[in-house]
Design a protein around this ligand. Sequence first.
Ligand code: CMP
Length: 508
Amino acid sequence: MQQLLWVATFGGAIVAAALVLRFLPTQPGFRVRLRRSVLLYIGLLLLVAVLAVAPRIVSPTVVSGLEFAGDLLIIVISLNLLAMAIFDLAFRMLRFRYPEIVHDVVVGLAYVVAIVWLMHRSGVNIASIVATSAVATAVIGLSLQSTLGSVIGGLALQLDDSLSAGDWIELESGLQGCVKQVRWRHTLVETRDGDTLIVPNNQLLNQTIKNLGKRDESPLQRRVWVNFNVDFRYSPAEVTRVVDRALAEASIPGVAATPRPSTVCVDLAGAGRDSFAFYGTRYWLTDFANPDVASSVVRERIYVALKRARIPLAMPAAAHFVSQDEPMREERKREKAVASAMQALARVEIFRDLSHEELESLAATVDVWPVSRGEVITRQGATANWLYVLVDGEVEVRVEGAGEERRVNTLSAPNFFGEMALMAGAPREATVAALTDVRCIRVDKDHFRALLQRRPEIAGDVAAVLAERRVALMATREGLDADAKSRRVEGERTRILSTVKAFFALGD
Ligand code: CMP
């Protein structure tokens, strides 16, 4: 009768717990614990059914054994449900976080106490059991030494909070990974290559683990070094300035904006033999899952920044001394550069009608300007000194207004940009950034101006493009629709053309 009362109470509690699981956020282990309670409950139901007919079929000793099992099940289910109410519901509502292992230890101890009490109530001599089991316990303890060490290790790891899920760690073997779960016996660590390491907890406690990027009260960031070498001919001040400026210009995914990446000269001659200085760029990694991508982009930026500044990366000393440039070789290199610039310029609409000589003299004055993906080529509001001819790659044009930056257009090679500020003698109207790795040619403003004066029809072509772009800029800033936009274009084109002509003192 009493057991039927328990059966009804547990049934109600299990239904309530199932509703909680359905409608309220619970601890991750709640579902497993509920399933365990349901299984035990089914066991109890079966036992109660058996007990109803057992007295008629089996001996009283078996019946009392079954009753003992029934009481045991009632206690275990009660403890399970109570633990769920306390740990999964009350603690959750109070936002009290606890290591999962604490739940297991408390419930485990409660089981032991309850079983001992039940045995005592049934007249079992606990003291004699403890005495005989001591020897067995010692034997088992010795044979399970390492397992017990791991279990105690797991307990210590969870209780002192030194490792928790989500931490990125490096083991003494050099393997790095993200802690997924600290379990009783082992800890699961997932490497970046998608493998899972199962590290026994006692081993984890017996080595120095590096917790990557974890500092007291600081955001999760880890300092990473990128080393490179540059020839002695270039001053360390110039090298560090060029690299740091390029790295500060535009953000890099996975690299902290603050503290900024910074470069230092580490040594002037490694081992006193090399003919180059050693540099190191330090940056703070924020994306621990993809350190290789950030490191590669930082290297790309360093490479192009040095290339733009015409600072070559160092070559081994032996190769360095035998490859000194003679004047003839220099001249050949220059001729090659001019020929390649001519080819690139000729592909751009506005330069199509230039004669071979005109193209050649323009190409002799230009500058090759490589830019890596994500870098800003020119910024809105900056002073303009060059027209950029886009030879390879794709750029985006962004304009800032009302506190936010919006994309106005994207340009693909062959094309040009930077004409607005040059023709109007005003600051840059927009920011242009590289969407891919980009190769540009920079035409200096004086040479561009001289060209327009010699070939006024180019000014007309450029002004036509400029008018379209300016209207698109206005449309973005003022939100014009397609009709209003096309009405504006003609008026703007005429107005801009006459302003440009006046500015360049061109005839009609
Ligand atoms: P400038 O103002 O010198 O510098 C930024 C450049 O972005 C600008 O010249 C144009 O070349 C380019 N630009 C501005 N607006 C547009 C647009 N709507 N479409 C394409 N390019 C543009």
